[in-house]
Design a protein around this ligand. Structure first.
Ligand code: 2YC
Length: 271
């Protein structure tokens, strides 16, 4: 999992409205619509969706420690989506206690390995990796007019790629997986037998791929020569996994952000 740095997130809060309008223009869905679809709770009642859940973001100092602006950025995304969100003044266990003492129903916190949302009232939890994958595929669902029956290639069988596979299979896409580590692809196939394992990336692209999910922590995984330019690309991987030539060829048909879609999808999965 790539550790974000301050530069990755410093402008997110001030750009949220612009980004939401960008998502609407690119996918016909707003951040909220995409996140609700990712949560798999399309039938969630409007009172629940519109209730301003008291939500605490608790900074954690473990491992490599706090990322400057991380908790504040997560909090601003949650507030933008209507949650009554705040960052606890205290960190770690003291911050967790403060969150509960102040009546938080939902808690967001991240150490170096896991970023989770927890609803302490309902017991619902959401992992950032899984719901980033589902959120990006919900964006593809909006963007492509529906993933059902379409050929999808997921690159990277980590938590994000696995979340993407779950969503795409459930929505009826024809899902292919490529990972540089074949054992990871085989592990995903054991839990999701509908998927097809690809052993070679250029060959995988040669099979008429319509939807692409780039879910690796590597740069330039996708070269311009792999693409026709008509695909829809969701690229949650940090850093962006397309070469400069591939980005130019795609002419904007790419969804990529550092936190927004994942955090939004986590919120609607747990409220
Ligand atoms: O500021 C804090 O509370 C830190 N403990 C946060 C550490 C987050 C580490 N994880 C990441 O940088 C990201 C996740 C947001 C998703 C993938 N990597």
């Amino acid at each position: 999992m790539t550790r974000l740095c301050e530069q990755d997130i410093c402008s997110i809060s001030e750009m949220l409205k612009n980004y939401d309008n960008y998502l609407l223009s690119k996918t016909s869905g707003r951040l909220r619509d995409i996140a609700i679809r990712a949560s798999g709770r399309d039938n969630i009642d409007t009172d629940t969706i519109n209730s301003a859940k008291k939500t605490a973001v608790v900074p954690l100092t473990s491992g490599e420690g706090i990322i400057r602006g991380f908790s504040e950025t997560v909090c601003s995304i949650l507030r933008y989506l209507g949650a009554d969100a705040f960052v606890t003044q205290k960190t770690d266990v003291a911050g967790l206690s403060q969150a509960v003492d102040e009546g938080a129903e939902v808690i967001f916190m991240a150490d170096d390995l896991t970023f989770s949302a927890i609803n302490i009232k309902s017991g619902r939890t959401a992992d950032n990796g899984e719901f980033t994958g589902k959120g990006y595929c919900a964006a593809l669902d909006f963007m492509s007019g529906g993933v059902s029956g379409k050929n999808a290639l997921i690159i990277g069988a980590g938590p994000v790629g696995c979340g993407a596979a779950q969503f795409l299979v459930a929505k009826g896409a024809c899902v292919h997986i490529y990972d540089i580590d074949m054992e990871k692809s085989e592990q995903l196939k054991r839990s999701t037998p509908e998927i097809v394992i690809e052993k070679n990336l250029p060959d995988a692209f040669g099979k008429g791929v319509e939807l692409v999910v780039e879910a690796t922590p590597s740069k330039s995984v996708i070269e311009a020569s792999y693409l026709r330019g008509t695909e829809y690309i969701a690229a949650p991987g940090i850093p962006l996994g397309l070469s400069a030539g591939a980005v130019n060829k795609m002419d904007g048909r790419i969804i990529h952000d550092a936190l927004e879609i994942g955090v939004a999808s986590m919120l609607f999965a747990v409220i």
